[in-house]
Structures are given as structure tokens and as C-alpha cells.
Design a protein around this ligand. Structure first.
Ligand SMILES: O=C(O)CCC(=O)C(=O)O
Ligand SMILES: [Fe+2]
Length: 250
């Protein structure tokens, strides 16, 4: 049996060139973030091996996270009502529906012990990734990468927001592990301007990292009812708050 590929960034990446693009545009696309064999293993994990929660926004825009046990307890009809309510709220406010896996919480609480997602959480908060992210965005004080895995099904969405958080978010990132996508399947990361037009729309391109400066108005376009695959991402923020309560302390 062959060894699993090493979890590392593709050594061919040129962080200085990426930093120049980020400094100019406030956003940078990074195709080929992992070597192909690594990206393949990570994609397979998201495609086949995840203990997904249903993530649905409440009236206040906070996340209600329904794990398998909670879904069973509520029953399909009650879960469906929550999704319907969030979808109605999306008409006029911040709302979202998708499947998620809270990587940091899961890591710290010992959920799914031995699962390979925890190696990725470790990697994202390890010295190589922190140094890379800090260099690309030109913020040497970056201490951690928040992370969640997400799966958008047909109809799933995330409405317009700007990622203002606790004040420690220096930039947002996404790493797409969506293998194939058609540009008419929705699911783009959209940047909105003040006139209500779309400045840019990024399809979930396989093995591509996107980093953008926040706050900035953005959304995830609803995945089309006819989309032929799930939209698979790792998303989060590069933060500069002290690394307490994170993986790899000390
Ligand atoms: O999935 C994406 O492309 C972006 C997600 C996002 O904007 C967020 O989680 O705040
Ligand atoms: Fe966001």
C-alpha cells in the first residue's frame, strides 16, 4: 500500500508574487495550493468521509448547528421547517443553509477521534500555513486559522455579509476541494459593490485557495437545483488574536 501524501503546501507556490496581487487587489486566487495527490485525498475525505452537521441561521443571524443526534430527535419535518424559515429570512437579511463541520471545536472537543480532518486542522494552524498566510496578506502577526469544512447542496446559500467579527479577522480564506463545477451551477463566491452589482464571482475551482481582505461585502450564490455535485470547501479567517484555545498550543 502506498503512503498517504504529505500534508504540505505545493512547494512551487510563490508567496511573494501572491502577496503583490493581494496588496494590489485585496484578494488573491491561488490555484494548486496542494500537490495533486494531497488535494485528491482531501477531496475524497470531504466527499465520502464526513460527519456533517446541518448549519442553519437563526433570527439573529447566529448559527444553529444540528448534529446527527439532534436531527434524529427533531425529525425531518421540523428540520425542514428551520431550513424554510432561514430561506424566507434570506429575502431581506443575513441567512444561510449548508452542511458544515466545525473543525476547531471538533478538534478541541475530541469529536470523531482519529479522523483525518484533524490532521488538516493541525496543518492549517501549523507553522508552514501560518507563515504562508502571514506573508501573502502582509500581516506578520497572524497566529491562527479558524476553519470549518462546508458542503453546499442544491439550494444551499449564504447571503451578503462582510465578515466583521470579533475584530481579530485580518482576512478570510476559502480552499475549494470541489472537483468539477460548471459556471451555471451557482455557488460562486460573489463580491458586491455599493451599487448592488457583482464585482467578481469566483467559481469553486478545484484545489484553489482564495484569500480576501475583510470587511468586504460578499455572499455565496445559491447552488442551482440542477447542480451535479456538492460544493466542498474549507473556509475561515486568518486571525491575529492570541493562540489560546487553538490546536498546537505552545
Ligand atoms: O464558502 C465561501 O466561499 C465563503 C464563505 C463565507 O463567506 C463565510 O463563511 O463567511
Ligand atoms: Fe464570509
Amino acid at each position: 500500500m502506498s503512503e498517504p501524501p504529505i500534508l504540505r503546501l505545493d512547494p512551487a507556490l510563490d508567496p511573494a508574487a501572491l502577496a503583490a496581487v493581494y496588496a494590489r487587489d485585496g484578494v488573491v486566487r491561488i490555484p494548486g495550493i496542494f500537490e495533486p495527490a494531497t488535494a485528491d485525498v482531501l477531496a475524497r475525505m470531504l466527499e465520502q468521509g464526513m460527519d456533517w452537521d446541518v448549519v442553519v441561521s437563526t433570527e439573529t443571524g447566529k448559527a444553529e448547528v444540528l448534529d446527527r443526534a439532534k436531527i434524529q430527535q427533531l425529525g425531518g419535518a421540523a428540520v425542514g421547517e428551520k431550513l424554510k424559515a432561514a430561506t424566507l429570512r434570506a429575502r431581506s437579511g443575513f441567512a444561510y443553509v449548508y452542511l458544515g463541520y466545525p473543525m476547531i471545536n471538533a478538534y478541541l472537543s475530541g469529536r470523531n477521534p482519529g479522523h483525518p480532518i484533524h490532521d488538516l486542522t493541525d496543518f492549517l494552524n501549523g507553522p508552514e500555513m501560518i507563515a504562508f498566510g502571514a506573508q501573502v496578506i502582509g500581516e506578520p502577526g497572524i497566529t491562527k486559522l479558524d476553519a470549518q469544512a462546508t458542503l453546499y447542496r442544491p439550494g444551499d446559500f449564504l447571503t451578503r455579509h462582510d465578515d466583521t467579527g470579533e475584530g481579530d479577522r485580518r482576512a478570510a480564506y476559502t480552499i475549494s476541494l470541489t472537483r468539477e463545477w460548471r459556471s451555471d451551477w451557482g455557488g460562486q463566491l460573489l463580491f458586491h459593490d455599493d451599487l448592488g452589482d457583482i464585482e467578481r464571482g469566483y467559481a469553486p475551482a478545484f484545489n484553489t485557495m482564495t484569500i480576501f481582505k475583510v470587511p468586504r461585502q460578499h455572499s455565496v450564490a445559491p447552488v442551482a437545483p440542477y447542480a451535479g455535485a456538492p460544493r466542498l470547501m474549507i473556509t475561515g479567517w486568518l486571525k491575529d488574536s492570541p493562540p489560546s484555545g487553538q490546536p498546537r498550543q505552545g
